[in-house]
Structure formats: C-alpha cells, structure tokens
Ligand binder design. Structure first.
Ligand code: FES
Ligand SMILES: [Fe+2]
Length: 371
C-alpha cells in the first residue's frame, strides 16, 4: 500500500535557506561600469562589474538613510550614493568618503560599511553568497565571506560549448524544486509528437543513494523515451550511455550524461526571489555535436520547450495554490519531494543544535513509478 503524506507547511525562514550561494544574474547581462538590480531571498541587491570586469554585489540600500544604491553613480571602483554622496568600495562595501564632513570632524569613515556579499562569476552566471547572520548592512560590520567557492558544472574535456535558459515562476521555492524533481509529470506536461506521448508511459525503476546534503539517482542507462538520449544514440550504443542525477541543498540539480568520450552536463538551480516567487536557471555544457551544425540550437530548442512547459504548469498551479488547498505526497513518485523536505528539516535542525546533519536516508533505495 503506497504511503501517503502531507507536505509540511514551511515557515518563511525555513522556506529560503541562507548560508548558500545563489545565482543572481546571467553574466552576459552585467556589463563593466554599470549597475543592475536583482533580488535574492527578498534581499534587494545592486550588482555590477568594476572597470576590470570583476563582479560585485551590494545590498541595494545605503547604510546612511536607505537610498537605493543602484540610483547612485559608479566610476568603476567606488559607488557614490545619490542622496548625500557617501562613497563605498564596491568589493567590500567599506565607506571611502562622506562629503559633508569638515576637516576637524574625525568620524571614522572606514568603520562604516554598506552591506556587501561574496560574489563570483561561474558558468555564465553571477553567483552571490547569502550568509546566515541576518543580512549585512547594519552599517558597521564587514561582510561574512563564503566558506566555499560557488558551485560549478562538472566538465570532462577542455573544449566544450554551453548555453543557459531561465524562467520565472510564481510559486514558492519548495513548489519550484519539487516540480523540478518530480518524475511523474513528464507524460502529461512534456508531451510532444517528437518527444513522447502518454502512450509511451511505462514502469520505471531507479536506484537512489544518499550523498552529502542530498541524494543521487545512481548511474544508469537512460530511459528510452527521452530526447537528449535519443540524440546520444548517434554517438554510442544505448548500453554505453550512463546518466547520473544529483540533488543537493539548497536548490541544485545536476545531470551528467556520458557516452564514451562524449558528455553532457547540466546544473539547474531554482532560486528563491521572494517567498512566493522563484526562478529556474538551467546551464548546460557539452562536447557533443560541436561540429554538427544546428544541433546545439536544436538542444536549446528542446530545453526551452521543456522549461516553458514547466513554467506554464507552475503558473497554473499558482492559481490553485492561492486558495490554500490540501496537498499530498505519494509513494513512490513523490518520495524525492519527501526527501527534499526531510533534508531541509535536517539541515535546519543541525544548524540549530550545532550537531552534524542527520541524513534522512539510511542507505540506497529503489523507487518505482510509471512515466
Ligand atoms: S542616504 Fe546615502 S548618502 Fe545619505
Ligand atoms: Fe518538467
């Protein structure tokens, strides 16, 4: 008898996890000497690149009287607030100048900070680290540095191509993520004559194993009814193709497909913008089809179609969720969603107690569903 569960209702601070890197903006939209607005976890940010092209992220509020810093002037090094002209170093937020001070007023300007965030460019995106200790910007503290570098797509050769896609969805991060890992919606949401129809539904059996902060769908030969795999057949026997899919907190799904020396890797994130809004960013890298005209375009077309089908579905779902309906998670199809909620709860519990995180999975598990 399949097990039935109700998804936990999430408190806002359990909804959006701090202490992690998040994708803020596509790197190709952030130009030198320019300022851009972005929002992560309801935090307003101003993001830019200095004159050498190095990215930075500041809280979009002046520590003096809260003026949005994106309305200020940026000379490629310091950002000058548009209200009283205080100037801040964009890389660490430290105040450099308060123009109203007279020569005999010895206010220690360098003890004042605009909120500043660790910021890195990685695989087509500007990533920002959102630390735990509230949001910086209280005015007198330098920032908390990230303890690890931003996540990267795994690549298996020096030469490769890459592309990204994004879509905004009017649902909470939790619905965005469980939608992303949901194995049962494919035949209904992603129908197309060139892809698959409900008639190609069949029983699937996949092995999952715990990994730090997440779980892995163990390396397997991919399902016969999916498009990248159909394309991969051009390169290798079905038996030689393996795919591995990982999910790790707070929001990362990676998929690696290997066929001999050819590979395709993607790193998808669902980013909380506000508690009721998230954005999906898919970045893929591959060394297949580099010489074949149109194949990258075709791949991008297929992915774009998929992401659009998911986005449209979640837009409709948001309508239903407005009225706060009862929801449920069933076994086995919704087990990954249950693990996600359990991982989140375990992570928060470990943070609260200072003890090591207790992984919700005791060991490898086989799940079965039809899709
Ligand atoms: S509000 Fe920014 S300088 Fe006064
Ligand atoms: Fe989907």
């Amino acid at each position: 008898m399949p097990d039935l569960d109700l998804p936990q209702r999430q408190e806002p601070d359990a909804l959006m996890l701090t202490g992690f890197w998040y994708r803020a903006l596509p790197a190709d939209r952030v130009h030198r000497n320019q300022l851009h607005k972005a929002t992560l976890l309801e935090i307003p940010l101003v993001i830019g690149r200095d004159r050498l092209g190095q990215p930075f992220a500041l809280r979009d509020a002046c520590p003096h009287r809260g003026m949005p810093l994106n309305c200020g002037r940026f000379d490629g090094e310091n950002l000058e607030c548009g209200y009283h002209g205080w100037q801040f170093d964009v890389h660490n937020g430290q105040c450099q100048l308060i123009p109203s001070l007279t020569a005999d007023q010895n206010l220690k300007v360098d003890r004042i900070y605009a909120g500043s965030y660790s910021c890195e460019e990685q695989d087509s995106f500007i990533w920002v680290f959102i630390p735990d200790q509230g949001t910086p910007g209280a005015g007198f503290a330098p920032r908390t540095e990230a303890s690890e570098p931003a996540p990267q797509i795994e690549k298996f050769s020096g030469k490769y191509r890459s592309a990204y896609l994004q879509a905004e969805m009017p649902v909470s991060i939790d619905h965005g993520i469980i939608g992303l890992m949901d194995p049962a919606h494919g035949p209904f949401v992603h129908q197309a004559w060139w892809w698959r129809t409900q008639h190609s539904m069949h029983e699937k059996k996949k092995n999952f194993e715990p990994i730090p902060n997440g779980f892995r769908m163990s390396a397997h030969t991919p399902s016969s009814n999916s498009a990248p795999y159909k394309l991969l057949r051009l390169y290798a026997d079905a038996d030689a193709i393996t795919t591995t899919i990982d999910f790790v907190l707070p929001n990362i799904r990676t998929e690696t497909i290997r066929a001999g020396k050819y590979w395709f890797s993607s790193l998808t994130t669902v980013t909380p913008i506000t508690r009721s809004h998230c954005r999906i960013d898919v970045v893929a890298a591959w060394n297949l089809f580099r010489w074949v005209p149109f194949v990258p375009e075709l791949l991008k077309f297929v992915f774009a179609k998929f992401v659009e089908q998911d986005r449209r579905t979640m837009e409709l779902q948001a309508e239903g969720l407005k009225h706060n309906p009862h929801l449920m998670l069933i076994d086995d199809a919704d087990r990954p969603a249950k693990w996600y909620f359990q991982l989140k709860a375990a992570h928060l519990e470990a943070k609260r107690t200072g003890a090591e995180m207790k992984h919700p999975m005791a060991g490898a598990v086989t799940l079965k569903w039809r899709s």
